[in-house]
Design a protein around this ligand. Structure first.
Ligand SMILES: Cc1cc2nc3c(=O)[nH]c(=O)nc-3n(C[C@H](O)[C@H](O)[C@H](O)COP(=O)(O)O)c2cc1C
Length: 323
């Protein structure tokens, strides 16, 4: 059901008691707080994405990556919990970009800061889908060039500097005024140099990281892999140290802001990413474990930490781990 009332930042603020010191300018986008719903966690439904911001307290929401054509993805089971996080092989299911018009229009009307995530099979396709998404004036367009379990999509574009740069350049031309943010994989040989190539090509921000993989889990009683696809991307607490290292290295290589993610589930995790150099922090798997209320919870925990440590503005601690 469409949400009729316009989005009220003031009400959200009061409801979640989010401190003004968390307000963040992310590549020109004004966020009430630096937490962002990561792509793929709550799908493409406008109603659910709006709820993540209005009720959950996220500063912005990212839509599940939208691709060129309608696609089912892999057979079930596609998402599993294991001891230290999640493993998924959903296979980038997508309604196809042209079938998502209504959701994008509703998201535009809601006024929430929306990040439109896009994947494709070639550079022209990236540009075509981004141009389509740009018509609905999202706050930003994210380029998924990092999915580790979907054949021929995403990842091949994020592991070579020249190709990553070409994708960004093409999308910048197509997206007109909308800021563009490539989402990178920790599996590139040198993630910092990929980020730097993207910045040179005109990227407005960098998102890091996507899931790590492919990995697998085996059911020893059944004597077979647990995912129908056998292999999938790892997310959640297990990947946090790798994600942090990536953000730290990217921060040293570029001037554009970084959206850091990978295993964040509490305020201390978020502060770690900001100290590594992130301007905003993405939360994915923790929504699966704790529900959309996790954004408000993370913000309150950040605020408490800031109070105890006499930090008046989140900017004061950005990148401080670099000494
Ligand atoms: C079930 C699932 C689906 C995902 N789908 C996408 C996707 O469509 N596009 C994308 O760029 N990343 C996708 N991701 C990656 C997340 O956006 C995020 O980068 C990753 O999970 C690391 O963050 P986390 O540890 O907080 O989950 C997905 C992750 C999960 C667990």
């Amino acid at each position: 059901m469409p949400l009729k009332k316009p989005f009220s930042r003031k009400k959200l603020w009061e409801k979640n008691a989010i401190a003004s010191q968390l307000q963040t300018d992310f590549a020109g986008i004004k966020l009430e707080n630096p937490t962002v719903l990561a792509s793929g966690i709550l799908g493409t439904s406008a109603e659910i994405l709006i709820r993540a911001v209005k009720e959950g307290g996220a500063g912005a929401a990212t839509i599940k990556s939208i691709g060129p054509v309608e696609k089912d993805g892999y057979a079930n089971p596609t998402i599993l919990e294991w001891e230290h996080g999640l493993i998924n092989a959903v296979g980038l299911p997508s309604p196809g970009y042209e079938n998502i018009e209504q959701e994008l229009a509703e998201l535009e009307k809601s006024g929430i800061p929306l990040i439109a995530s896009v994947y494709a099979h070639d550079i022209e396709e990236y540009a075509k889908i981004a141009a389509f998404a740009a018509k609905y004036k999202p706050a930003m367009i994210e380029l998924n060039m990092s999915c580790p379990h979907s054949k021929g999509e995403g990842m091949p574009f994020g592991i070579k500097e020249d190709i990553a740069g070409d994708v960004v350049r093409a999308v910048k031309g197509a997206a007109r005024q909308i800021p563009v943010m490539p989402k990178l994989t920790p599996q590139a040989l040198n993630i910092a140099s990929i980020a730097s190539a993207c910045e040179k090509a005109g990227a407005d921000a960098i998102c890091a990281i996507n899931t790590l993989g492919p990995g697998m889990v085996i059911n020893i009683e059944a004597r077979k892999p647990m995912l129908a696809n056998k292999f999938g991307g790892i997310s959640g607490p297990a990947i946090k140290p790798i994600a942090l290292r990536c953000v730290y290295q990217i921060y040293e290589a570029v001037k554009i802001p970084v959206l850091g993610m990978g295993g964040i589930s509490n305020g201390r995790d978020a502060i770690e990413f900001i100290q590594a150099g992130a301007t905003a922090v993405g939360i994915g798997s923790a929504v699966h474990y704790h529900g959309v209320g996790v954004f408000g919870k993370v913000c309150r925990e950040m605020e408490q930490w800031m109070e105890i440590n006499n930090i008046k503005d989140i900017k004061e601690i950005r990148g401080v781990a670099h000494g």
